[in-house]
Design a protein around this ligand. Structure first.
Ligand code: FMN
Length: 375
């Protein structure tokens, strides 16, 4: 019997993907996200997550033009502004894009009317669980309804109420966040919820990660943070610089210091404003405890601390007193890049991983043949 060298020797590195392997990998990727692409009407199932002040006509049109699915952030816009923004986006791209509305917006019904009047194809409803009536209104207006599912049970309920697709967003994401990581949510929800397409969001910065969620059963992904430094994004240069300089650990959730005074967790880059927010809570709570202010008034004061703060940072470039909402994937943002390059990079990373795997399987097959031949 020959010695064990043929087994113990370091395996040869996987051959670089050949053009043929590349084509096969692309075909495999296309099969993996086919459901998401069909649902969105796009060649890739990568949604550009709506970001208030950031996801306006230019970024949204650029994402859709490059093969992704741009989503307009309505944020605090009123109906007329939203109508204007939808029309302006249409003037920039003929590709499909969606509109993100905040569930607790006081003019929600009117905004839904605008979406119907403007024949919007997809409405993403964020900021809490939408009612069945809201989902029906979206669908009656001719659009597909997407909602955020924080748990498997909530996801199932949303599907029963009429949601056409779900987004599951982990705590790594930028902006308002839930408590559970993307990986755990994905494992909890993807294998069991097959009725509608599910898009995974939060902490996604590379194509290999997209691939792993697709293989777990996702139909696509939603990415926010990686698009902030797109060349086409109107965010202030100081806002983009803060992203380029930051590492993952700088993107921290806002902290609530007293359970009597709830704070909705928001992930943002730590800055002067986030430090000041802690002091501010202490000051307000001290006033309430001293009887100088009612508790409800105190809760409102704390809520109002961040009013206008995202706009100040994104549009005015006030990166100290503004809010620098960002996800942990900010550490993977290293420079300004055109949207098409970001999407091409993500897709290529997923394809290369698939092609390498095919190469690995081929070399494993060769090694097995050699091992058998040596017996
Ligand atoms: C600056 C910023 C603003 C955001 N604003 C919104 C918003 O208005 N509505 C919403 O549904 N999600 C909002 N998000 C979340 C994104 O749509 C997306 O789901 C999230 O960024 C995905 O995680 P990632 O940042 O790790 O890619 C925001 C995120 C950021 C970074």
């Amino acid at each position: 019997m020959t010695d064990a060298i043929s087994y113990a020797a370091a395996p040869a590195p996987a051959p670089a993907p050949t053009p043929l392997a590349g084509r096969a990998a692309r075909a495999r990727l296309d099969r993996l996200w086919q459901r998401g692409c069909d649902f969105l009407g796009t060649p890739t199932a990568i949604m550009g997550g709506a970001m208030s002040w950031v996801s306006e006509r230019r970024l949204v049109a650029a994402i859709s033009d490059a093969g992704g699915f741009g989503v307009l952030a309505c944020g605090s816009m009123g109906p007329d502004q939203l109508a204007e923004e939808i029309a302006a986006t249409r003037a920039l791209t003929a590709r499909p894009f969606g509109v993100n509305l905040i569930n607790m917006h006081p003019a929600l019904d009117r905004l839904l009317d605008v979406c119907r009047e403007q024949a919007v194809g997809h409405v993403v409803i964020a900021g809490g669980l939408p009612s069945g009536a809201t989902l029906r209104r979206i669908k009656d207006g001719g659009a597909k309804a997407l909602a955020f599912a924080p748990t498997l049970i909530a996801g199932r309920r949303l599907v029963k109420q009429g949601a056409d697709a779900l987004v599951i967003e982990g705590t790594e994401a930028g902006g308002h966040i839930g408590p559970v990581s993307t990986t755990v949510l994905a494992q909890e929800i993807l294998p069991d919820l097959r009725e509608v397409p599910v898009f995974v969001a939060g902490g996604i910065g590379r194509g290999e990660t997209i691939l792993s969620y697709l293989e777990l059963g996702a139909s696509g992904v939603q990415i926010g943070t990686r698009f902030v430094c797109a060349t086409e994004c109107i965010a202030h240069p100081s806002f983009k610089q803060a992203f380029i300089r930051a590492s993952a650990r700088d993107a921290q959730p806002s902290v609530q210091i007293d359970p009597r005074f709830p704070v909705i967790p928001v992930r943002a880059l730590a800055n002067e404003a986030s430090k000041r927010f802690m002091e501010f809570q202490r000051e307000v709570i001290a006033k309430v405890d001293a009887g100088a202010m009612g508790r409800d008034e105190g809760i409102l004061e704390i809520e109002h601390f961040w009013a206008g703060a995202l706009r100040r940072a994104v549009i005015d470039g006030d990166v100290e007193s503004g809010s620098l909402m960002a996800g942990q994937s900010v550490g993977l943002v290293t420079r300004e890049q055109p949207v098409a390059e970001i999407l091409a990079e993500l897709t290529a990373q997923a394809e290369t991983a698939l092609a390498r795997r095919a190469g690995d399987e081929a070399s494993l097959g060769m090694m097995a043949d050699q091992a058998v031949g040596a017996l």
